[in-house]
Design a protein around this ligand. Structure first.
Ligand code: SF4
Ligand code: SF4
Length: 127
């Protein structure tokens, strides 16, 4: 990933239009595994690397604690994302020939300045 949207989300829609890679889905989207909140597709989120100084979604979000750090979408965290997909935390895209689009199929850029501690504790992105 990436960043993650938590159950603090109030579904205001401020974040989705700001995402440069269309990684944010609203609650009604069938690709969203959550029922009542927005969702970031970890296989698509680039942490805004190459697009902005900081995650645009978090800058637009009015709700404290709604957008937090998650692990980088890199091979090192393939098992983490696979387990999360199986547990329903994520809904990773299934490609017709490539299969589940886990990091070993396609990894994504991530912000190297964010510490492992911040990611593991799902710290607020806007802090
Ligand atoms: S961090 Fe950037 S790329 Fe990722 S979901 Fe937010 S706006 Fe989209
Ligand atoms: S801007 Fe924040 S509160 Fe609004 S939909 Fe996005 S994550 Fe949820």
């Amino acid at each position: 990933m990436a960043v993650m949207i938590t159950d603090e989300c109030i579904s205001c829609d401020a974040c989705a239009p700001e995402c440069p890679v269309a990684a944010i889905l609203d609650a009604a989207n069938e690709k969203n595994p959550k029922d009542d909140m927005y969702y970031v597709k970890p296989e698509s989120c680039v942490e805004c690397v190459g697009h902005a100084e900081a995650p645009r979604c978090a800058e637009a979000c009015p709700t404290e604690g709604a957008i937090v750090w998650d692990m980088p979408f890199t091979v090192e965290f393939s098992e983490y994302y696979k387990a999360g997909h199986e547990a329903g935390v994520y809904k990773i895209r299934e490609h017709k020939s490539k299969g589940l689009m886990l990091p070993e199929v396609k990894s994504q850029p991530f912000s190297a300045q964010i510490t492992s501690e911040a990611r593991e504790s799902h710290a607020n992105v806007s802090e």
